[in-house]
Design a protein around this ligand. Structure first.
Ligand code: MLT
Length: 234
């Protein structure tokens, strides 16, 4: 199985994703939110690029969720904190969701054969499924404002590490580097994260609990899958 890793949405040509399974990662925090919401029974999530678009879809049947600059948006029901997406709040609901980088990365993956949503929360289970499918895998880190983000990279490393325990992988060099980063820091992830810009920004706005939750490994066995414009449970 080939594994290719892309540093951010700016580093991928969407046509090149044809024929592979894509895993989208925005570990802080969009794909951790999506993983949590789907695990807690959310019926579907519709990712949209713009705040205005989300607001235009508002009605009694849907919840609006997301952020700009990490903060809840006016007129929205939910922020981008995974801790808000509890079973009580999201079970059976449709959520229209917009975030700065994460939803952009998901929509950019549209040409892939299969689009799965990854996070630390579901990494091991996701790795198992990827190995079962046996397709070549492209991992797309959302990054931050088009730039490489260390937090997404270490999460990619974790998924590659879990896959490599189950099968031989033909990794590109960037995937090997992510794998090595995870192996080196897996017992000390917060030391690694202390060098990451987006992590430090989220800390500065008081989101410590979100970060701690987003870096809890392997507590969810649900895989969100983006299909026909909606994210549903695989
Ligand atoms: C994003 O999509 O840019 C992030 O999830 C931002 C955030 O942490 O709120």
């Amino acid at each position: 199985m080939k594994v290719n890793l892309f540093a951010s949405v700016e580093n991928v040509n969407e046509e090149s994703l044809k024929g592979s399974s894509v895993v989208v990662i925005d570990v802080l925090r969009a794909t951790s939110v999506i993983t949590t919401a789907i695990h807690n029974g959310c019926r579907e999530i519709q990712p949209v690029l713009k705040v205005e678009e989300a607001l235009s879809l508002k009605n009694q049947e849907v919840l609006l969720g997301g952020e700009r600059k990490g903060l809840k948006l006016e007129g929205f029901d939910l922020s981008n904190s995974p801790l808000e997406y509890t079973m009580e709040r999201v079970n059976g609901k449709t959520i229209v969701f917009t975030t700065t980088n994460g939803t952009r990365a998901i929509l950019k993956s549209k040409y892939a054969d299969r689009i799965l949503i990854g996070s630390m929360l579901n990494a091991k289970y996701l790795a198992q499924k990827l190995v079962e499918f046996g397709d070549d895998v492209s991992i797309l880190c959302a990054g931050t404002a088009g730039k490489f983000s260390m937090d997404d990279f270490i999460c990619a490393g974790k998924i590659i590490y879990e896959m490599s325990k189950m099968t031989d992988l033909d990794k590109d060099d960037f995937s090997s580097l992510a794998y090595l980063s995870y192996v080196n820091y897996k017992d000390n992830i917060f030391e690694y994260l202390s060098h990451a810009k987006h992590y430090n920004y989220l800390l500065s706005i008081g989101l410590n609990e979100d970060i701690e939750y987003c870096f809890t490994e392997d507590i969810i066995d649900a895989i969100p899958c983006f299909i026909n414009g909606r994210i549903v449970k695989l």
